[in-house]
Design a protein around this ligand. Structure first.
Ligand SMILES: NC(=O)c1ccc[n+]([C@@H]2O[C@H](COP(=O)([O-])OP(=O)(O)OC[C@H]3O[C@@H](n4cnc5c(N)ncnc54)[C@H](OP(=O)(O)O)[C@@H]3O)[C@@H](O)[C@H]2O)c1
Length: 503
């Protein structure tokens, strides 16, 4: 048994390939929803697998008054309710033993000093060595003050990492000024801008699919790919977050981050290695190569009343906290072009929206048709093009559509699917994205986090699209809840002789 396992019996027998250095994790926004539903359950799952640092404490910070015991009780409840693993008293006790709560007014200097005091006590008692991860699970308007205060009180020893939740800014100007403020006080390698989708196994598997297999790369280009379709569909509405969504819309909520990440990962060149900068350099090159779509290549929509899974649901303008004449987009579809040698003239059709037919995030690579089908009986309908469909969620996995001969006489061809499902290929349940991301930040690996130039490229494109909307006269609502978006989204593809994948 190793000396380490002697100290922590929970680590015995587990693969400790990736173990971070001892540190304290401070969560700002510890009284909020994200901390309870995602962050604390993720920490618990890391604890159960022995992946947390040897010396580790969690300090919750928020303005709401509270004691250490109250905080622990609330976090225990959150783990019991939301963790993917069954509750184990021994794992909880170990995680909870170093847990602290700091009630802070983030704009008040004296309370910031109280956090500094807690941290130095923790360093002395728990051996966290001045290493800090600060998780900003707070509204965007609280970030600037925190960054300045933390920089002013930086400990003399140890490393610092800032994990910053999305949204990072609201447009190019606000993202740039936040980047400048942070760059003034911290170095880029200390900053981890989160987009939790990048922590999902299937998104990372797209990189494995492309770069760990020899067969895809030679055909992953304009010569063999007819077009790409990316769908991020949700069947839910805005779930009581009307006032948030009114300022965001689908374009800022999904297009700016997840959608553009999926485009970048699909289109990027192979990086020379899998380090944070090599991967992100390639993604930024894709974002820089994206043509600004002209207004006729972008469709926006807003849902009206309709039926989702047989239940009648209200239109967006009838939701709480929403202006009855709101012009906020709950749906966006666009035709994008990546202007480079690999992808010139190959459309990337993307769509995302709320209250669509069902929940689905997919990337579909549609290959060109066979150039000459030599089978007299094959109709153009039966000879469908090959499609590689990557299911990001739900039913994580992928599927390749190929033409096969129907058994019997003659030569009729039908499309069949070769499927790979994560759930059946690997027994272990998929880790939550936040587990991977928190662990990576503690390890100092920023590959799955967004770099400052990347985020600015994303916002530049969003700004170009939304500025054209100021002159747009689209009448809202223009699609019924439970359908697949406005008719103009279908026309966007029909004009090119194509159609959206059927569901
Ligand atoms: N919830 C999710 O699933 C999710 C998913 C993706 C991204 N996010 C992002 O994560 C962040 C937190 O989300 P949430 O859902 O946890 O929000 P929330 O439930 O409203 O919690 C916000 C937290 O921030 C603190 N806070 C509020 N205003 C503050 C201020 N002016 N200064 C300092 N602290 C303040 C609140 O605590 P006190 O009032 O006690 O100070 C509370 O703990 C947001 O940026 C959100 O966009 C959340």
């Amino acid at each position: 048994m190793s000396a380490h396992a002697e100290e922590n019996p929970l680590l015995e027998g587990l693969d400790l390939g990736r173990r971070p250095e001892s540190c304290a994790l401070v969560i700002f926004g510890a009284s909020g929803d994200l901390t309870q539903r995602k962050l604390m359950p993720a920490l618990y799952s890391l604890a159960i697998r022995g992946l947390l640092p040897e010396h580790f404490v969690v300090i919750g910070a928020a303005r709401t008054p509270g004691t250490d015991d109250e905080f622990r009780a609330k976090m225990r409840e959150a783990i019991e309710k939301y963790a993917r693993d069954p509750f184990r008293e021994d794992v909880w006790e170990r995680l909870a033993s170093g847990m602290r709560y700091a009630a802070l007014d983030f704009s008040d200097e004296t309370s910031e000093n109280s956090l500094v005091r807690i941290l130095s006590t923790v360093d002395a008692e728990y051996g966290t060595q001045g290493n800090r991860v600060f998780y900003f699970a707070v509204p965007p308007n609280a970030i600037a003050t925190l960054v300045s205060e933390l920089a002013a009180r930086r400990a003399a020893e140890g490393w610092v990492r800032l994990i910053i939740e999305k949204p990072f800014g609201n447009d190019l100007a606000s993202a740039r000024s936040l980047n400048e403020l942070i760059a003034d006080r911290f170095s880029e390698r200390e900053v981890y801008r989160i987009d939790h989708y990048l922590g999902k196994e299937t998104v990372q598997n797209m990189l494995a699919l492309r770069f760990a297999n020899g067969i895809f790369e030679p055909i992953w280009n304009r010569q063999f790919v007819d077009h790409v379709q990316i769908t991020v569909a949700e069947s839910i509405g805005i779930e009581g977050r009307g006032s948030f969504y009114e300022h965001t819309g689908a374009i800022r909520d999904i297009f700016q981050n997840l959608l553009l990440q999926l485009v970048a990962i699909t289109a990027m060149e192979p990086p020379s290695d899998f380090t944070a900068d090599s991967v992100r350099n390639e993604k930024v090159k894709v974002l820089r190569s994206l043509q600004t779509p002209d207004p006729t290549s972008v469709v926006r929509g807003q849902y009206g009343r309709g039926f989702v899974e047989g239940i009648e649901v209200p239109g967006y303008r009838e939701e709480d906290g929403v202006d009855p004449a709101s012009m906020t987009d709950t749906y966006v579809a666009a035709k994008l072009y990546v202007d480079n040698w690999r992808w010139a003239d190959t459309p990337f059709y993307v769509r995302m929206g709320k209250r669509l037919g069902r929940r689905e995030t997919t990337v579909a690579i549609q290959f060109k048709r066979a150039p000459h089908p030599p089978f007299a009986e094959a109709t153009s309908d039966s000879l469908r093009p090959n499609v590689l469909l990557i299911h990001v969620q739900p039913d994580e996995g992928m599927s390749l559509a190929i033409g096969a001969k129907v058994p019997g006489q003659g030569m009729s061809i039908r499309t069949v699917h070769m499927d790979f499902l994560y759930g059946s290929a690997f027994r272990e349940g998929l880790p939550e994205a936040y587990e991977r991301l928190i662990l990576d930040a503690m390890l100092g690996d920023a590959t799955l986090f967004t770099r400052s130039d990347e985020i600015e490229e994303q916002w530049a494109l969003v700004d170009a699209i939304t500025s054209a909307w100021e002159r747009d006269r689209t009448a809202f609502p223009n699609y019924a809840a439970g359908t697949w978006g406005p008719p103009s989204a279908d026309e966007l593809l029909h004009r090119d002789g194509r159609s959206w994948r059927r569901h």
